[in-house]
Design a protein around this ligand. Sequence first.
Ligand code: B1M
Length: 209
Amino acid sequence: MSINDELFDAIVFGEREAVVEVVQAALDNGEDLIRLLNETMIPALREVGNQFSAGEIFVPEMLVSARAMQGGVDIIEPIMAQSGHEPIAKVCIGSVKGDLHDIGKNLVVMMLKGSGFEVDDLGVDCRIDDYEAAVGRGSEVVCLSALLSTTREAMRPVADHFSNREEVKIIVGGAVITQEFADDIGADGYGQDASDAVRAVRECLGLPA
Ligand code: B1M
């Protein structure tokens, strides 16, 4: 069994210790961790989602897989987050009100930090007040993440709240978000995945790609 198959199965079956072991070994061997993340770890969680949709597994199994995945992300995060430069700008990010999914958001945090931004991570189930407080702490960009069709509408009041403040930019993303939706709620940008989120943040601040 290849290291990729082993890691894929360990996430699907929720074996956190095995995930940690394989990712640590990959790190020690100097493997490309971003590739491992994109080509093995994220597809493994997609498979978990497919099994959930098909009624083959239920929320507890999804949760165990998510914890196993996070075990691997926790190893990758500090390596990716080292940018070694003065922060380009401060941004905040949170999963919107009612949304408890945070793995994708954590990957966006990782990529933003690795690209030189200071990130105020607000966690999950964030209200307008949480974003407002982060802007008060100096965030120039408010990043919103949503994974559920039922929670994406929670982005709209946040975008409305900041709509007449030119200095605060709004970037949205997550599996249920599209460019059309971003335009519809008046967001300043949309990121399709974690690296595209960095592109969108840079663009809304007028920074070169
Ligand atoms: Co949930 N869940 N879940 N879940 N879960 C999904 C999202 C689902 C698609 C599964 C399915 O049905 N196939 C489905 C949503 C359907 C829909 O609304 N369209 C779903 C559901 C229904 C639910 C519950 C309602 C289930 C229930 O209770 N009956 C419930 C809701 C809880 C809540 O939030 N209130 C629920 C709960 C959970 C767990 C807690 C068990 C767990 C989350 C644990 C955690 O996050 N700590 C969980 C999981 C693990 C999933 C799946 C399997 C995996 C999500 C994930 O982490 N993906 C998911 C199925 C799937 O994704 N196919 C599913 C990997 C991650 C790297 O991708 O988060 O998309 P993603 O992030 C990407 C991009 O979206 C983007 O970049 C990331 C990296 O590329 N991105 C941004 C994200 N944020 C961004 C912000 C940006 C830009 C890009 O700019 C600001």
